[in-house]
Design a protein. Sequence first.
Length: 130
Amino acid sequence: MRRTQWVEIALTLLVLVGMAVLFRRPAWIPLFVALIMPLALGLMLWQYRTMDEFRRARYLKAWAASGIVGTFALTGLLTWGVFSDFGAVLNSGSAPDLKLSVWLLYIPWGLSLLTFYAVTAFLYRRDTGG
């Protein structure tokens, strides 16, 4: 497990350096994502394989909670986007024009991350009695 933690630190530093480069060269974003996503997925699977059953249960519960919160937040954004202009749609008889900024997608993403870390911390404290 200790080796996976060091690899996680290295991957985090690589992502931070990569993000700094992407601010200067945004055209490289697809390449960056294509490289980082498989590395992150591989690291997550490696970490999962090295965990004991209690850590695995905490990990899966935290991912489940994160997915639920992220899905609700994204559904809320989409619902807000569709129904915010609903009166104009009823009057014109046309299909709704969804007007959402891409930047709003950071809300469900951030909530998912916060939920994952909060649930992981809560379950760890509950299981260790600390």
